[in-house]
Ligand binder design. Structure first.
Ligand code: SAH
Length: 345
């Protein structure tokens, strides 16, 4: 079966020409019916129904399924939904509703192999990479359900996008297509644990100009290796060097995520190390309060813990803000994805 969720408009147009001998008008009709009108049976679009032969052929040839949603939980404008993949595995997606648009936090893998000790998804281990259809399908499902357009996509659901970079890059191309979902590149964020090779790949001028966010969580090598095993093979100095190259070559700043864990990475010394490590990187820091779920031995910070650490950074000239963790109540906040997906057994 052919997959519309893996195609840009240009891909579809070329395919219509070579395989059906049809021009761009009909390709546009199918693409627009699916991505703009959100029609689950796009071969029924008016322009296509005029030629019943083609309509029947399209119905037969094309897989347009965005994935089977098996659970949907919503609270305070944050929803999380579970998609059952064709092989039975389950993934989670988070949708944050704003007044006029949505932010969708997509998964790039079922599970994750990175093993960060505070993260719920890590407990699953890596099951497999998602394909382009499964990634873009999450955005289409969110859009259909809410009827609002999707402005922001963040690759901060389950998985490590750098480990599945080819599918992630193609899905970005599809989501960005103006004749389809039309999500601006500057509204797409790719978040990584800091895979140096992956970041290096993104430096090339041909790469899409999306935002890069790095989950740092500690600026001391020993501590970071304890929290995030990836640091052993991608240590802080190498990560910094690559990020410096990235910011210089791309002329763009980066976002640094810092999950605050009381008594672990929130001391004055930790703040100083972070300030020092960041210099002279062009970076903004997002402080994320640890959400319960990943590791029972850790405490959850209160508002004052976050504010205090933020002050330590700001005093030294670092641009730091708190990232509000809406969605905790439904286990949809950062690092909480997985429990629901695992329930599939
Ligand atoms: N693997 C990528 C994409 C996933 S993003 C990455 O790590 O960047 C998931 C984000 O949630 C990361 O910033 C991670 O550090 C954070 N996170 C993981 N577990 C968390 C928890 N229990 N509480 C708060 N944030 C958490």
């Amino acid at each position: 079966m052919l997959r519309i969720l893996e195609m840009t408009h240009a891909d579809l147009e070329a395919f219509f020409k070579s395989n059906y001998g049809k021009g761009p008008f009909l390709a546009s009709a199918l693409y627009g019916a699916f991505y703009k009108k959100l029609n689950p049976r796009p071969w029924n679009a008016d322009a296509i129904s005029l030629s019943p032969g083609l309509s029947a052929r399209l119905k037969n040839d094309w897989d347009v399924a965005a994935g089977e949603t098996v659970e949907w939980v919503e609270q305070e404008g944050v929803a999380t939904f579970v998609t059952q993949l064709k092989d039975g595995h389950r993934i989670e997606t988070v949708v944050i509703s704003m007044a006029t648009h949505l932010t969708v936090c997509v998964s790039s893998q079922a599970g994750c192999r990175m093993g960060c000790c505070f993260c719920e998804t890590a407990k699953m281990g890596l099951i497999r990479n998602l394909d382009v259809q499964e990634i873009v399908g999450q955005v289409v499902t969110a859009r259909r359900r809410h009827g609002m357009s999707v402005r922001n996509v963040v690759f901060m659901g389950m998985g490590e996008p750098m480990d599945n970079i080819d599918a992630v890059l193609k899905s970005i191309q599809v989501m960005n297509d103006q004749r389809g979902l039309d999500i601006a590149l500057r509204h797409i964020t790719l978040s990584t644990v800091g895979v140096v090779k992956g970041i290096e790949k993104l430096i090339a001028p041909a790469m899409p100009k999306v935002h890069l966010s790095v989950s740092l969580n500690a600026a001391d090598n020993v501590l970071r290796s304890q929290l995030m095993p990836v640091n052993r093979s991608n240590p802080l100095p190498a990560l910094k060097e690559t990020l410096l190259k990235y910011t210089l070559k791309r002329g763009a700043g980066i976002m640094v995520n810092y999950v605050l864990i009381p008594g672990v990475n929130d001391s004055q010394e930790c703040a100083d190390q972070l300030v020092n490590w960041l210099s002279p990187l062009k970076a903004r820091v997002n402080l994320i309060p640890l959400n319960p779920g990943g590791a029972v031995e850790f405490q959850v910070p209160d508002q004052e813990d976050i504010a205090a650490f933020r002050r330590l950074l700001i005093r030294q000239g670092v641009n730091a803000q708190e990232r509000h963790s809406r969605g905790r109540g439904v286990m949809a906040a950062c690092g909480q994805l997985g429990a629901r997906a695992k329930r599939s057994g």
